[in-house]
Structures are given as C-alpha cells and as structure tokens.
Design a protein around this ligand. Structure first.
Ligand SMILES: Nc1ncnc2c1ncn2[C@@H]1O[C@H](COP(=O)(O)OP(=O)(O)OP(=O)(O)O)[C@@H](O)[C@H]1O
Length: 340
C-alpha cells in the first residue's frame, strides 16, 4: 500500500467571480521509504499540493489516502493525529526568532505534551543528528541559512513523523549549502526511514536526492517516473526544459547555429544508452560506408547507477554512405538529423 496516495484530486479556489483550479485531477502514489520529488514552475500548484497532504486545505473532489486512510473524510480532531505524523520544512525556515535553537526544536515536543526530561533527551539526540550540538543556546539570527534549515529539519523530525514535506527547502540557500542540506535529507531518509516529499522548482535538487519524480504543470501531473527515466528520456516539453537546466547533452538552437557555421557536413545526434553499443557500431560502420566523422557536441551522465547521454556528430561523405551509416546507428539507438 502506498504511504501517500492522491486519487483524482482537484482543488479549486474561488477568486471573485472566477474559479482557479490549482490542482486538476491529480493521481499519484508515493511509496513508504522513498524520496519523491515534485517539480514545477511557479504557480504550478506545488504549495497547494503540500497543503492538501497535511490537510491545511480541503480537496474540492477526489481522495487523499495516508497509510490507507482517506484524510478527506476525517473530522478535524482526527486530522490532528494525521498532521502529527507529518513533519514540514520551509524555504524561509519559519523558526521562532525569540526562541533558542533548543527552544525551537523542543517546541513541537512541548505541544505534544512530552515531559521536560524526555524533551531534553530528544532535543540532544536531534542536535547531534543534524550536527548542531554546540549551537543549542544561540538564537536563529546568529545562524547561517544552512544551519537554520538544519534546525528546521530537527524540529520537523522531533516527534518522529513518518513523512517529511520539504517545500522549496533549499531555494534560499547557495549551491554548497544546498548540497549539505540535501545530504542531510538523504540521511533522514536512509537512516531514519522517513518518507520525504521534496517540492522544488530546481532540477538539481531532484537529480541529487529523489528516487522518483512527478512534473506538475498547471495543476496536472504531466509526467512521472524514476529520476533516471525523466532525465534520460523526458517526454514533455516542460520536462525537457527542466532537464535542460542541468544537463547539456544535446545542442540547443544557438549551439546548432554555431555548429552549422563551422561544419559543412550533415549533423546528427545519437542517444547513448547504458548498454554502450553506439561506439562499437559507429567505429565499424564508418569504414564500411566510407564516411568520416567529427564529434561536435555531447555528454554522458550517470544517475541511479545507469548512464545515458547524447553524442552529436558531423558526418562527412557521400550522401548514400551517410544515409547507410545513419541506418546502421538507428539499429541500436535513436538518431536525429539536427542540421543538414
Ligand atoms: N488561497 C488561494 N486562493 C486563490 N487562489 C489560490 C490560493 N492558493 C493558491 N491559489 C492559486 O493556485 C495556483 C497554484 O498556486 P500554488 O501556490 O500552489 O503554486 P506553486 O507551484 O506553489 O507556486 P509558487 O512556487 O510560486 O509558490 C495559482 O494560480 C495560485 O494563484
């Protein structure tokens, strides 16, 4: 059974006379123990989706099951129990400025009625886990952004939630600090077994920690699958644009223009798959068809233990030979002629 399941969920807001559909028929399953990424541009509906999971918003139609229980049917007192099992971290950290690091992390324990000694023990444990033991008695203003988010994570985990929702949790951080926080989230997942839903507009975040991902666009899930699938073979223009922000395997329009200016032969892009047969076929075929080639663009990346990429070649020779070579390559991979 999935830990979180959306079944045909729609959420509309009334705004004056207009109706805004922020979430539009979303079905989604998030399994226990995974890190699930939800990526989308601003306004795609990401925050609304998060607020539906912890029942801060009510669905217009559809069902949301958490651990098999449809939370859209639960009365408010029972929802409090559901929310207690969900931790949340935010872009702006949302720490209490008037409380110390210790006080911030202890707060949810206090609310949950933990006795003082137990609270102290638990906070010490959490501080050690996030590496901030020495900072227990300082105030948030004295911390760096990365440290603040570590406090946010410790606070979110205080009551041992099964789910952690991370809403743009690294968007306010520089790349190096982002990497540290993402590494910590990975430990939260692997060592504590917490299922994490990462909401982001940054593909790098998805690439570095997610197991699976859904692309949200205008309130709909337009693509979903393993991170490897999304990166190696994005199906929609939106997903291709997101992938393009972190991978430059394939030449874009301006690259092609430059290549065309420099190379007079026919230019093709071939996909590189994990089985690595492109090189063998290419080296064999060029001699047979009397075609020379130049490597003009390309890149190979690795994700989830598998590699993928693209190689762009200029093919120089008689048209018939070039056609025959392209046909040979097409027997083992996808080949696209990108510029004549
Ligand atoms: N309470 C509300 N009342 C009216 N419209 C809303 C409300 N909340 C969200 N919306 C609308 O729903 C759509 C999705 O908003 P949402 O905040 O979920 O997107 P987002 O992907 O999180 O964007 P961002 O990254 O900019 O926060 C937007 O058109 C937004 O204006």
């Amino acid at each position: 059974m999935p830990l979180i399941e959306f079944r045909e969920v729609t959420k509309s807001f009334r705004s004056g006379d207009a109706t805004i559909t922020a979430i539009d028929g979303v079905s989604l399953s998030i399994e226990r123990g995974e890190i699930f990424g939800i990526i989308g541009y601003s306004g795609a509906g990401k925050s609304t989706l998060v607020r539906l999971v912890n029942a801060l918003e009510k669905v217009t139609s559809g069902a949301i099951l958490i651990d098999g229980v449809d939370i859209t049917q639960l009365p408010e007192p029972k929802l409090r129990g559901v929310r207690a099992g969900i931790g949340m971290i935010f872009q702006q950290f949302n720490l209490f400025r008037s409380r110390t690091v210790f006080g911030n992390i202890a707060y949810p324990l206090k609310v949950a009625g933990w006795p003082k000694e137990k609270r102290k023990e638990r906070v010490a444990e959490l501080l050690a886990f996030v590496g901030l033991t020495e900072k227990a008695w300082v105030y948030p203003d004295q911390l760096s952004g990365g440290q603040k988010q570590r406090v946010g994570i410790a606070r979110a985990l205080a009551t041992n939630p099964a789910i952690l929702l991370a809403d743009e949790s690294t968007s306010a951080l520089d790349p190096e600090t982002t990497a540290d926080v993402l590494a910590l989230l990975k430990r939260v997942n692997r060592e504590l077994g917490v299922t994490i839903v990462v909401i982001t507009h940054e593909m790098e975040v998805v690439r570095s920690i997610a197991d699976r991902v859904a692309v949200l666009d205008a309130g709909r899930v337009i693509e979903s699958g393993s991170v490897f699938e999304l990166f190696s073979d994005p199906q929609t223009v939106t997903a291709q644009r997101f992938v393009g922000t972190v991978l430059r395997n394939q030449p874009e329009a301006d690259d092609l223009e430059r290549l065309r200016g420099k190379h007079s032969g026919r230019i093709v892009s071939a996909r590189i798959h994990d089985d690595g047969r492109l090189g063998a076929v290419l080296s064999d075929a060029v001699g047979r068809h009397n075609v020379r080639f130049e490597i003009v663009f390309g890149g190979i990346s690795a994700l989830q233990g598998r590699s993928f990429g693209s190689l762009t070649l200029e093919l120089i020779g008689e048209d018939a030979g070039v056609d025959a070579l392209i046909a040979d390559l097409r027997a083992v991979t996808e080949v696209e002629e990108v510029a004549a």
